[in-house]
Design a protein around this ligand. Structure first.
Ligand code: ATP
Length: 247
């Protein structure tokens, strides 16, 4: 369970996250959606102690991250790809994490196998493609067999097989009773994977409901998303063809 109460983060005059309240429950996949710059990564970073809130709290199974005795055994997170030493092999990277967190060495081989990197375990992680780096990040999140998992844009760079595999992975992690929070801009992927959705815009909560509620009366999840976030999108592209005509 993740409990977020009054969570707030400012960067200068920008309110990245403004008084957010929500719970992420175990046993279901909870999607985390919002336009670019709406505060999703900042929220996830505060939950796992990488950013300090200006106000409010985030608790993981009742405890703030910084008070967890063995953080990687309580919460696994994929926040950014390539958060490893580029000169280290995938196996050595995971072995160092395991050693520092009281995690049995046997978990390293187990998670490399889960993410499909066993054959390249001895290769320098710095030479990995984006998708391979994502897989290594997912392996690190799973290493401590934690009851709570956060994945920020995990399908980024994954090939079609990887996208399908990840969908199965997060669904089975939730079915085992774990708490799973997943952010993605791919609404079609969310529709297939998430049971519940937390939608934010400009750092504020816009919806905390089941996917079934949001898509009632035949409404697509994409339509529901645009209705919710219509006034919250800060960055919008323009019609390229029109731009060319008016040059
Ligand atoms: N380190 C930082 N310094 C200054 N501003 C920041 C910093 N990190 C985030 N912000 C600002 O906070 C706001 C929220 O950013 P955040 O990355 O959390 O959004 P997001 O929802 O994850 O966006 P995206 O979907 O584009 O990844 C943005 O306005 C961003 O510019």
């Amino acid at each position: 369970m993740i409990e977020v109460r009054g969570l707030t983060k400012r960067y200068g005059s920008t309110v990245a996250v403004g008084g957010l309240d929500f719970d992420v429950r175990p046993g279901v996949v909870t999607g985390f959606l919002g336009p670019n710059g709406s505060g999703k990564s900042t929220t996830m970073r505060m939950i796992i102690g990488l950013d300090r809130p200006d106000a409010g709290t985030a608790h993981i199974n009742g405890t703030p991250y910084h008070r967890l005795a063995w953080p990687l055994r309580e919460v696994g997170a994929l926040l950014e790809a390539r958060t490893f030493h580029p000169g280290r092999s995938a196996e050595n990277h995971l072995a160092a994490l395991a050693a520092g967190n009281g995690i049995p060495r046997a978990r390293v081989r187990a998670v490399l196998d889960t993410v499909g990197l066993s054959d390249v375990a001895a290769r320098r992680a710095g030479g990995f493609s984006l998708g391979m780096s994502q897989r290594l990040g997912i392996a690190a999140a799973l290493l401590g067999d934690p009851p709570v998992l956060l994945f920020d844009e995990p399908v980024n760079g994954l090939d079609p097989e990887g996208v399908r595999w990840l969908r199965g992975l997060v669904t089975s992690l939730a079915a085992e009773g774990r708490t799973v929070l997943l952010s993605s801009h791919l609404i079609s992927e969310m529709a297939l994977t998430a049971d519940r959705l937390i939608v934010i815009g400009r750092g504020a909560l816009l919806a905390d409901s089941s996917v079934a509620e949001l898509t009632r009366e035949g409404r697509s999840l994409e339509e529901a998303f645009f209705e919710l976030t219509g006034d919250s999108a800060e960055y919008r592209g323009n019609d390229h063809a029109q731009h060319r005509r008016t040059r």
